[in-house]
Design a protein around this ligand. Structure first.
Ligand code: ADP
Length: 246
């Protein structure tokens, strides 16, 4: 299906014979904010790891844009293809400015030294400034990230992904540790981002999921328990029993 940015087919991921993801079939629509929810150990993080090439499945495949099977690709190839991942643990450099962090991300270089001495072209500079405005950090761009609140640091990381113009962004609990206001702002930010880029989120904050989700997939013991819009999914007795009712 052309309107699917990602198709996951019969995916099984094993660790020493234990199936963390077990015969999963699902898809993510282009431009959607798609949440994966479920109890601890359901296989959500393992699934993100498989999409970005960190773990290799035992069976099945993950098709990107109906064309590329990413399951056999390296992490680097998958980033190049347009799939960006933000981890829970912050990965910004604290000793350089917010702007320099964005420069580093924009040139996608692994070495901090070489990135800081790579001259950016006009288009890259405009893109950085654009993203800084989108994430609300333009005014603070010459400060170091240590001056930022927890939420702002998360937005900077999202910005560092965005500047690489991915087609899919994978976010692992982006609002963990945020207050309500920052959580709401993050929701607005994801909505804005989803105009250009599909967003896949693993999340436990159900209020945030209700506010933001276009579609929700519930995982339980590595398998699909339910899928659809949050209004319907949250009424499913099985979903209430294994997750929402706890
Ligand atoms: P979730 O993100 O939904 O909490 P995970 O994907 O982290 O779940 O884990 C799913 C299951 O796979 C858990 O039982 C976990 O212990 C197991 N698991 C995850 N990663 C590994 C690993 N590297 N080695 C062995 N078992 C793992």
């Amino acid at each position: 299906m052309l309107d699917n940015i990602l198709e996951i087919k019969d995916l099984t991921i094993s660790f020493d014979g234990f199936k963390a993801v077990n015969g999963l079939n699902t898809s993510v629509k282009k431009g959607d904010i798609h949440f994966f929810i479920g109890p601890n150990g359901a296989g959500k993080t393992t699934l993100l790891d498989a999409i970005c090439g960190r773990v290799k499945p035992a069976e099945g495949c993950i098709m990107f844009n109906s064309l590329s099977d990413v399951t056999r690709m390296s992490e680097h190839q998958i980033v190049e293809l347009g799939i960006g991942r933000k981890f829970q643990v912050p990965s910004v450099f604290m000793g350089i400015t917010i702007y320099e962090n964005m420069e580093l991300a924009a040139v996608k270089k692994r070495s901090l030294y070489s990135s800081l001495f790579t001259k950016l072209n006009k288009e890259q500079i405009e893109r950085i400034e654009d993203v800084l405005r989108t994430i609300g950090l333009y005014e603070k761009r010459y400060r170091t990230p240590s001056a930022l609140s927890h939420g702002e640091k998360q937005w900077l990381e999202i910005g560092m992904l965005l500047v690489q113009q991915p087609e899919i962004m994978l976010l692992d609990e982006p609002v963990a540790g945020m207050g309500r206001k920052e959580t709401e702002r993050t929701g607005e930010l994801l909505r804005e981002i989803s105009e250009k880029c599909s967003v896949i989120v693993v999340e436990h904050d159900m209020e945030f999921v209700r506010e933001c989700a276009d579609r929700v997939t519930v995982l339980h013991e590595g398998m699909l328990l339910d899928e659809g819009n949050m209004q319907d999914v949250q009424k499913n007795p099985k979903v209430i029993e294994v997750y929402l009712g706890r």
